[in-house]
Design a protein around this ligand. Sequence first.
Ligand code: COS
Length: 386
Amino acid sequence: MSYQFEDNEELTMMRQTVRKFAETEIAPLARDLDEREEFSVELTKRMGGLGLFGTVVPTEYGGQGMDYLSYVVAVEELARVDGSQAATIAAHNSLGAAPLYYYGNEEQKRQYLPSLCTGEGLWAFGLTEPEAGSDAQASKTSAVFDSVKQEWVINGSKIWITNSASALTKGITVQAVTGRAENGRAELSCFIVPAGTPGVTAKAMHGKMMWRASNTGELYFDNVRVPAGNMLGVRGQGFKMMMETLDNGRLSIAAMGLGLAKGALEMTLRYAQERRTFGKAISQHQAVAFKLAEMATRVEAAEGLLYKAAWLKQEHKPFQKQAAMAKLYCSEVAEYCAREGQQTFGGYGLMKEYPIERFYRDAALLRIGEGTSEIQRLVISRYLGC
Ligand code: COS
């Protein structure tokens, strides 16, 4: 299949369905949930009912079996209205369910995936630690094998983990050090840790500037025992699995950036056509018209980059470089559009009454989460052979 520049029938249907849901079900609640910093179980379940859980998981494991572009469009449409709900869906699908599907054995897939494809359960991705963010190999969380009981004993902590401390959280995939090579390098492996396993403490983090209605957790593992069969994938391949997962995840963060940028552009254009100064709509002042023209141009470029990257992934072609570029660029365009939008709203843009204020705050996460802009530039420069 060749790359096409407009939505096909399937994408049009996905866009219309999610847009209608976001505008009618999410938009009226977004400001209040943001102000109260509240994760909504109800709204999450309703997004599950819409088919937004297990999006790319095949139907035989309970998923929706969608292609990657459809998933990207769904995340984009949510983010066009609210970053928090988009974050819940993006993190659950790309970082929660995907590693279980890609690396789980048949038994693990059948055990965990079906309940993660309905909206009744969330799964989290346990990579980041207080001292291991960009340097993701610096994990201190350890897993030691107890050969008598045939169990792994996990100790350590994780931080800033989306969907890890909510009422719907069913478990987490944890990266831990399982040994050390002669050169001192950590051997990293991944483990399936169901929520409620004795020794796991999950605390919701509060006081966030952005994505305030999404669930972010801090996790502590105190002699947490999981059976030998809970290792995900191959021992010692944990870091590669985590990195491959992030390659995919970058597409959904890029989709969040594109959606936020489109939402900011649309609300700014509407406002500029209504608001009058010096006897005419401010959209007719060149200072504002040029801002809108620049925003629209960057949105168009971001869309092209992201859809191409998602299409490459969908067609099983190398997509990692373009995914990093899309994540980098879409997050920068999101921030640009939110800032220029806020500038156009003037004093009103500083008030919570106008969603541009929330968009301005939500945009900040996009250049930090799932690999900072600096990490994206590092990844891209490596592909260039620097
Ligand atoms: N896919 C598959 N394998 C990968 C990979 C990828 N995307 N990236 C690295 N690897 C492999 C390398 O091939 C290498 O394998 P060998 O040991 O067999 O040679 C191994 O992993 C180590 O790679 P490298 O030496 O490049 O690792 P670095 O420690 O230099 O880290 C970066 C590379 C910085 C790119 C990585 O740590 C990273 O992406 N950090 C950001 C993490 C992040 O996004 N955190 C936020 C999470 S929020 S959910």
